[in-house]
Ligand binder design. Structure first.
Ligand code: COA
Length: 445
């Protein structure tokens, strides 16, 4: 059986950052700890004037191709996942391919290009498409480029404004991958929901609180569906569990629910029984409300136990580090959660070869997907090669007034001239509109 998975990852963050507790919270009249302790966010990335989903995606893809020594002919497929597209017909992947063709000798004439849409889960769906294409033997020995790229902006004043972010993740999907192999087994939880949507509008209509409930409900269904094919899961089975991370506080909720589910009917539930009792069972309650109240009480107790806290610190906390510094990258966010965990494993000198990850993706609207991944022997070289820290450290800090300007620059309804905050170097930049209103790009040496 061919082993298929992620061969390499590169990221590209927006080059500006906003300090949430120290700059954003005071202007909004909010307690900075709402950000650091509640949402789990410190800074969020924003694109400079000449950056957008195409430049960030193309710059991440170019870093990845250069590092892996690839030419366009080695790529048989370019899938872009985004919920920030600016064109309802021409896919972002064609813009990105056009950028890359400016700097490579060959072209992507025989590569299949597309664009995936299902809110934040589209990045994982694109991985899936690439996986299936290779497994079906249709790739002719070529690899797939999957690019998750988003500018996650909300209307000013919307509660979601606190969780904004911008960046791209480029992933190379190939046979005999160097980083992680994807499991054939996967589970879905999918329902028609109205929690977050953009009906022909740039900024989302969001029911934030509802979106959190829907995330948890669909994730639980996806886990049950995954277990129906892969067998029961146990908290000790997985070295890390990267979840879709719209903000780290969301992951804290998902992790607690996941731990409760995975530890039910195990020795962990037995060990905890003296301290917090056994998990409430629906059959023992007369009404659903009584059952729910008992579950809430159990969860409140569970999160204070040493077993849970140890597990959270080991398995979940490393997945949210990058997210806490960049904000929401929508389609890329679960993929930076995986990267964050593996990067911390590398820093701690952890041996990860052969270890398992459980990956929980989610997209509003709504769908969750769960699959497992096996870390490959060559993982460390791959992770050591990704320059996350230098990219984040090199970002330029903006004031609140700058933030308002940059928000307007990227607002499709507004036309304002703003001086760029940084100087582009060795990267693709947006240069303006062409005669058919297409966006135009150039590589700057
Ligand atoms: N110290 C510590 N924690 C604090 C705090 C303080 N001073 N002030 C607030 N908090 C906590 C709150 O208790 C809450 O945590 P909880 O949910 O565990 O109770 C958290 O910080 C957020 O505060 P809240 O008042 O609920 O924020 P909000 O009303 O601004 O809304 C979202 C938060 C997430 C709903 C909003 O940012 C949003 O709509 N985001 C976009 C949608 C999204 O990302 N959905 C996720 C699914 S994809």
């Amino acid at each position: 059986m061919t082993s298929v998975g992620i061969d390499a990852i590169e990221i590209r963050t927006g080059k500006l950052f906003l300090d949430l507790p120290n700059t954003f919270a005071p202007v909004k009249g909010e307690d900075p700890e709402k950000y650091t302790k509640g949402l789990g966010l410190y800074t969020s990335s924003f694109p400079d004037v000449y950056e957008d989903i195409v430049t960030m995606g193309a710059n991440a893809a170019k870093s990845l191709m250069d590092r892996k020594g690839l030419e366009p002919e080695d790529i048989g497929r370019i899938d872009v996942a985004t919920e920030s597209a600016f064109d309802n017909s021409k896919p972002v992947s064609t813009y990105i391919a056009g950028c890359l063709e400016q700097v490579y000798d060959g072209d992507f004439r025989h590569a299949n290009k597309g664009e995936r849409k299902f809110a934040c889960i589209a990045g994982t769906q694109s991985l899936d498409d690439a996986y299936n294409w290779i497994k079906a033997g249709r790739n002719r020995g070529r690899a797939a480029l999957v690019i998750a790229t988003d500018t996650a902006l909300y209307e000013r004043g919307d509660p979601g404004e606190a969780t904004q972010g911008a960046g791209a993740v480029a992933m190379l999907i190939d046979e005999d991958p160097d980083l992680v192999e994807l499991s054939t087994e996967q589970g879905y939880g999918s329902m028609d929901e109205t929690d977050f949507l953009k009906p022909n509008q740039q900024f989302p209509s969001v029911d934030g609180k509802r979106s959190m409930q829907v995330y948890l409900a669909r994730m639980r269904e996806a886990l049950e569906d995954y277990e129906s094919v892969a067998g029961r899961t146990h908290p000790a089975d997985f070295e890390y569990i990267p979840f879709h991370t719209p903000f780290p506080g969301m992951v804290r909720k998902a992790a607690l629910l996941g731990f409760r589910h995975m530890s039910r009917d195990t020795e962990i539930e037995d060990e905890l029984a003296d301290e917090i009792g056994r998990q409430p069972r629906e059959a023992d309650f007369e009404t659903w409300d009584d059952y729910e109240e008992a579950i809430r009480g159990y969860m409140d107790d569970l999160k204070t136990t040493e077993q849970y806290r140890d597990w959270y610190d080991r398995v979940i906390d490393p997945t949210i580090d990058i997210s806490s510094r960049v904000g929401n990258w929508y389609t890329g966010s679960v993929h930076i959660a995986r990267l964050s965990a593996l990067k911390i494993a590398a820093e701690e000198g952890k041996e990860m070869a052969g270890k398992k990850l459980l990956v929980g993706s989610y997209g509003s609207g709504a769908q969750a997907e769960i699959h497992a991944e096996t870390v490959q022997d060559t993982w460390l070289d791959e992770i050591d090669a990704v320059d996350v820290d230098s990219q984040l450290e090199d970002r330029t800090e903006i004031t609140f007034d700058d933030y308002e300007l940059i928000h307007d620059v990227h607002n499709h309804e507004k036309e304002i001239e703003v001086e760029e905050f940084t100087q582009p170097e060795g990267e693709f930049v947006f240069t303006g509109w062409g005669r058919m209103n297409e966006r135009r790009y150039e590589y700057v040496e």
